[in-house]
Design a protein around this ligand. Structure first.
Ligand SMILES: NCC(=O)CCC(=O)O
Ligand SMILES: [Mg+2]
Length: 326
């Protein structure tokens, strides 16, 4: 054989493989989603998300300190709103003493250098489980955007570093940016869920927050999984409206979208490795069908290789632990 080069040379042993490795996971890449509930000193299992928990705020603060000590830099907060506080307009979302606002203050006080990001959407607060105000079975865009902008200001007021609108209403990034500017919150950033697909892989998350849509589905605002070009349109709109970071969601089933977005924008790209994607690996590993750590690392590496600068992941605390051991 007359080969110009033997490609296997670069795979010969672990040292050379490490030297030419193109993608590496860093603890700093991760955003840790946190589910916070009312009450004292409680942790609740989420049956469809084995190993992941909901915490009362006192415990969540301790977890946030643990995450920071593991080298993690950021958390993304979700709260479980009590049923009796839910309505159609998300009034509780604006309560300065609401669970989200108290959580932001408590975590920023305990761990000031942890970047606190907050979910901005109505679904956890909505009697209908939808991301917007409902009228005659429709999810209204413009009235919802007004509430989302107020919600973002309320989170900024409480000390959020980034607000993260996850609702997919049109024009909300621009409205939030304007509202933040007008209220003097010029240092609060926006992580926009720009290309969020109407995915079945959010199922376990909806169990976690009890936020499944009460009627219909979310296809009139979240994107059709069949579409790619539309994702670029959504992302470019959000960048123009002032998004500091854009996000693609889910992640592993949308690696092509992550890459395409990465090639199109000059802002950091995040991807959300969502609950269903987490639970698939958990379940298969529990059955002994996949090697847990290998599956987690390969899936996560794929998300980064596809182009994600940041990864929201339920695996983040475990991965941070493994990286620390290395
Ligand atoms: N806004 C958050 C979701 O819609 C779902 C996330 C997940 O499934 O992990
Ligand atoms: Mg949009």
């Amino acid at each position: 054989m007359h080969l110009h080069r033997r490609n296997r040379t670069l795979r010969k042993n672990e040292s050379i493989r490490k030297m030419v490795e193109e993608t590496t996971l860093r603890t700093e890449d991760f955003i840790v989603p946190m589910f916070i509930i009312e009450g004292h000193r409680k942790e609740e299992d989420i049956p469809s998300m084995p190993g992941y928990k909901r915490y009362t705020l006192d415990v969540a603060v301790e977890m946030a300190i643990k995450y920071r000590n593991l080298g993690l830099r950021s958390v993304l907060l979700f709260v479980k709103c009590k049923n009796e506080l839910k309505d159609n307009t998300g009034a509780e979302a604006l309560n300065p003493e609401g669970l989200m606002q108290r959580s932001i203050r408590a975590i920023k006080t305990a761990v000031p250098d942890l970047v606190v990001m907050t979910d901005v959407a109505l679904d956890p607060y909505s009697t209908y489980g939808h991301d917007g105000i409902v009228a005659d079975g429709e999810i209204l865009n413009d009235p919802t955007v007004e509430v989302l902008a107020e919600m973002a200001v309320s989170h900024a007021e409480a000390g959020a570093d980034f607000v993260a609108p996850s609702d997919m209403m049109d024009g909300r990034v621009g409205a939030i940016r304007r509202a933040l500017e007008q209220s003097g919150h010029t240092r609060t950033g926006i992580l926009a869920y720009s290309a969020k697909y109407a995915s079945c892989f959010y199922g376990p998350f909806r169990d976690a927050l009890d936020s499944a849509p009460g009627f219909g589905d979310k296809k009139t605002y979240q994107m059709n999984p069949a579409n790619r070009i539309e994702a670029i349109k959504e992302v470019l709109d959000d960048v123009k409206e002032g998004a500091d970071i854009v996000m693609v969601k889910p992640a592993v089933h949308y690696l092509d979208i992550i890459r395409e977005v990465k090639n199109q924008v000059h802002v950091p790209v995040a991807a959300y490795h969502v609950s269903g994607e987490y639970s698939m690996i958990k379940a298969a590993s529990e059955k002994g069908w996949l090697h847990y750590q290998s599956a987690v690392l390969e899936a996560t590496l794929a998300i980064k290789r596809a182009g994600a600068d940041l990864i929201a992941s339920y695996f983040a605390p475990e991965i941070a632990g493994w990286l620390q051991e290395r």
